[in-house]
Design a protein around this ligand. Structure first.
Ligand SMILES: [Zn+2]
Length: 160
């Protein structure tokens, strides 16, 4: 069985044929999918998708692009969501210094917050790192869940 560990079924391009998209994934052998939340709106959408499809699990988090919007209310919503049976991970989270859409220090702070609320060793954290981001704050990770993964890293050549 294939598991797609990173889908965004709540994106606009799927709104008119979402059932068909999921059916095609199943037909291609995908047995389970991890719907990964990326912004404040996506928290509720992710929870709804886990209720709509029995083979869709959820990860709740805020992409580093939107770290600037992180506040206590969002953290509370994510913490509450993490108590749901089919919400199995924290994500998206991480650092993205490629586009710098949120201040870097804010990204690091929100990444640490999200790692800190990942409540179980069995739960994964999805991260992103772009060129020039320096090292991941691994010392902070060690205070979070017992295992972290998968971690996505991107790099580019000097010419990109
Ligand atoms: Zn993603």
């Amino acid at each position: 069985m294939l598991v797609d560990s990173h889908v965004h079924l709540d994106m606009n391009q799927f709104k008119d044929d979402l059932d068909d998209v999921v059916a095609r994934a199943r037909a291609a052998g995908v047995g389970e999918m991890l719907q990964v939340c990326y912004d404040a709106r996506s928290v509720d959408a992710t929870i709804a998708l886990t209720r709509r499809y029995g083979d869709v699990y959820g990860a709740l988090g805020i992409h580093p692009h939107d770290a600037k919007i992180w506040d206590e209310a969002i953290e509370k919503r994510i913490k509450e969501g993490l108590l749901l049976k089919r919400i199995v991970a924290v994500g998206e989270t991480g650092l993205d210094y490629y586009r710098d859409l949120s201040p870097r220090e804010r990204q690091r702070e929100v990444f640490r917050r999200q790692i800190g609320i990942a409540p179980s060793a069995a739960w994964a954290t999805k991260t992103s790192r772009r060129p020039g981001s320096g090292s991941m704050p691994s010392s902070r990770c060690s205070r979070g869940p017992g295992s972290i993964g998968p971690i996505f890293c991107w790099s580019v050549s000097r010419h990109e």
